[in-house]
Design a protein around this ligand. Structure first.
Ligand SMILES: Nc1ncnc2c1ncn2[C@@H]1O[C@H](COP(=O)(O)OP(=O)(O)O)[C@@H](O)[C@H]1O
Ligand SMILES: [Mg+2]
Length: 278
């Protein structure tokens, strides 16, 4: 279990994350939603230790993540793969090498310096690319790929880490609807088949509803909703996206579809590919 206890992060006068308490069980697929500036990225980045909390603690399976350093911290960052909106590949390196970079924290510094990868690692990298249906791009420079392909490379790289948790920060915000669907389907498939916990920030409500069994809504650094998609009522949506008090308009782009599926009626189960549903 990933436990976030009373976690606060301040940047100068700004409190980006304000006393957040959350428990995320192994194998959950969690969507974090909220307006821009609500604290979603800061929360994910603290879990991965890209930044440190000002207060509170984060633990995973009983180990205090917020206290790790050195090799133990690198192990945690291997166990906890990160996917970014802008993919964060090395554009001038080929796709296969980018995926192999997912092994960095598995190997000795000497091997990394020499860029020596075993046959097994290369086969594993190709298998990951095949799973994402982009093996044919293996020898292309990553920077020449489309955004959708680059995000699939980033997911293949994450898989190479053999993570226990995948944190995705708006993984589809820069993608067209078709690629957005491919990327979300892949994350759902990894979650369903490998049981890897997925926590993903999402900028549209319908994607969170469609893919996540649990939705966390953030506003002004706090968790203002935590529940199943069915529980996300109009009132809850307003708590997440609405202004303070008065009935401020909820921006259209938040609820509009980035993936072309209608909103589910209340009570219906999240849609999964039939092969994954069991
Ligand atoms: N590195 C930083 N330095 C200063 N302020 C930051 C930094 N990162 C985030 N913030 C501020 O913290 C708040 C939450 O930001 P963020 O976590 O990026 O929100 P979200 O991902 O929900 O859009 C915002 O007010 C943002 O300006
Ligand atoms: Mg963000």
């Amino acid at each position: 279990m990933l436990a976030i206890r009373h976690v606060t992060r301040r940047f100068g006068e700004t409190t980006a994350v304000d006393k957040v308490d959350l428990e995320i069980a192994e194998g959950e697929m969690v969507g974090v939603i909220g307006r821009s500036g609500a604290g979603k990225s800061t929360l994910l980045r603290m879990i991965n230790r890209l930044i440190d909390p000002s207060e509170g603690e984060i633990s995973f399976q009983g180990t205090q993540v917020s206290a790790l350093g050195g090799a133990a911290l690198r192990r945690w960052q291997r166990d906890c793969a990160m996917i970014f909106q802008q993919f964060n590949l090395v554009p001038r390196l080929d796709v296969l090498t980018n995926v192999l970079l997912g092994r960095l924290n598995h190997r000795s510094t000497a091997l990394n310096l020499l860029s020596v990868y075993s046959r097994e690692e290369r086969l594993k990298a190709i298998a990951a690319l095949e799973r994402l249906d982009i093996a044919q791009t293996a020898l292309q420079r990553a920077g020449t790929l489309s955004g959708g392909q680059q995000q699939r490379v980033a997911i293949a790289r994450a898989l190479m880490q053999e993570p226990k948790v995948i944190l995705a920060d708006e993984p589809i915000a820069s993608l067209d609807p078709l690629n957005a669907k491919v990327v979300m389907d892949s994350l759902a498939d990894i979650n369903a088949r490998e049981g890897i916990t997925v926590v993903t920030n999402l900028h549209t409500l319908d994607t969170a509803r469609q893919y996540c069994s649990r939705i966390i809504g953030m506003a002004r650094g706090s968790v203002v909703f935590d529940g199943a998609p069915e529980e996300l009522t109009r009132e809850a949506v307003h708590r997440i996206y609405g202004g303070e008090g008065r009935a401020e308009a909820i921006p259209e782009e938040i609820t509009s579809t980035s993936i072309d599926t209608p909103l589910r009626p209340q009570g219906e189960q999240p849609r999964l590919e039939p092969a994954l549903a069991g």
